[in-house]
Design a protein around this ligand. Sequence first.
Ligand code: SRM
Ligand code: SF4
Length: 563
Amino acid sequence: MMEVEANENELIKAGSNYLRGTLEQSLSDELTGALSPSDAQISKFHGFYQQDDRDLRQQRQQQYLEPQYSFMLRARLPGGVCTPRQWLAIDSVGRELSSGSIRLTTRQTFQYHGILKHNIKPLIQKINRVMIDSLGGCGDVNRNVMCNPNPVASALHAEVYRWTERISEDLLPNTRAYHEIWLDGERVEGEDSEPLYGETYLPRKFKIAVAVPPHNDVDVYTNDLGFVAVAEQEKLIGFNVLAGGGMGTTHGDSTTFPRLADELGFVAPDQMLAVTEAVVSLQRDFGNRVSRRHARLKYTIERIGLSRFQEEVELRSGIRFQPLHPVTFIDQGDRYGWVEGTDGNWHLTLYLENGRVADAPGSQLMTGLRQIAEIHQGDFRITPNQNLIVAAIPASEKGRIERLAREHNLLPENRSLTRLKSIACVALPTCPQAMAEAERYFPEFIESIEQLAAHHGLSDSGIVIRMTGCPNGCARPFVAEVGLVGKGPGRYNLLLGGDGKGLRLNRLYRENLTESELLTELDQLFSRYNQEREAGEGFGDFTVRSGLVEVDKNTIRVEVTNG
Ligand code: SRM
Ligand code: SF4
């Protein structure tokens, strides 16, 4: 039911006739490259965002031209898994209908940038031919469901992945609008309903991840809803359920904050969907529909209290949480190079800096992946750290795949551990929220860090560094050992104290620093770390132990779950 007071987005959703809005009229309006303002909101549920090239904004304004509008489209790809055939289609679409690159994201899917309005429909139709859609890629619904992708314990991973897919399917919007508008599906009057979401969908985006310990590459505690797989003798027995994580904040607004999810309890695998639906329906009914800034589940839980939230989940799902099972996480990054699964197949994790798959002089990444897809018989898995795994390779094919990967600069070789563990968000020039550079600037920044580390004899210590162009937190900077969060052009907040496992929030150390100020600070910190660290102590742990930052006990999850 609509609340009396509601923000603009709620009214747009309510008036959209289950996400149709006037999208078709907006698409056929040839006078502008843009959509109408309300359709630009509705389009997100269909997986695409209206953007404009920020590098060109001023110039176009001076020429009295409208901004250089184009669209970013984000696909739905549960667990980041796709087949070589699908990859070949993803590649062709990237070349033909977007800006010519593919961007792997921190939630294990891919995006295209620079799509012109008239190319949106052909693009969606093309990916649909290989069974990929973009429904719920963005918008106030469940987003791409993440799942730990590097399957050493092959059978366990396969089972967990199947649950990931089921959650993703279960939470898809029911509306036929996507099929009608993009796939020329039949129009059936009066047939729409949204039994779970309702006609105003959720108050805000909703994110789910499933982790398979001991790896926390999905940063499970940063999700609205998290599942931690518990196995006995490599057989799945259930999940620890977590709720209320999130990263996004607003500079200068202390009512917004990053938050790690709380642990609710343990459930059996076949109880997972009921618990998921209960949490989603609770957020639908209790989430803040007045202030979008405070609309995520983390604020709902803070407002109604964890114990009431937990009771409501139990009541709605008809499931009583059992005590948590102890689990241990050891890292939050990707495991590069070759890994052998228990089924005898091999998996090769490639390195794609900040997830950008493109061809450039001397670095034909996109072509390399295409050539691998042409011969590969297993599948591909996009990782939560913007990389790609060539998965399920028989031993006999290892040589051929590795040769292609090496020829095209796709292997992690010759990169520092810190570079391999670090990520940055998209930011400029496409992201409308960016206050500072991230993806474009990060490689150069890491080079300076590598020099500093070498100077202090720290070349071997892989530090998790994450940079974002604003405090929305798309590269999950608040669980990094070093978080760099854009504050303004060329300026960043420096946060320290993550544990390298995604189980502890970091803390603000210095504010609004320029690059040279950042490097001066890090120079001093590295010097102390080199001299004062204890054996085996990570950089984040060192900054906390030595009192450089004070970490609030509520922002640590390690004590509860470590077995
Ligand atoms: Fe994000 C908004 C990119 C993962 C928190 N995010 C955006 C937009 C769409 C900007 C906008 O509002 O118009 C960015 C598009 C940039 C571009 O040009 O492509 C954007 N987010 C990304 C991606 C592509 C970053 C990346 O470098 O990979 C990631 C796509 C994920 C996906 O495939 O679904 C991405 N965003 C995240 C994550 C990480 C995660 O989910 O694990 C977060 C932090 C976790 C969280 O949600 O709390 C995140 N993005 C946000 C927020 C802040 C939400 C909040 O609760 O305050 C926004 C802004 C918003 O929603 O209003 C945002
Ligand atoms: Fe854009 Fe900010 Fe997300 Fe970076 S963190 S992609 S700048 S919204």
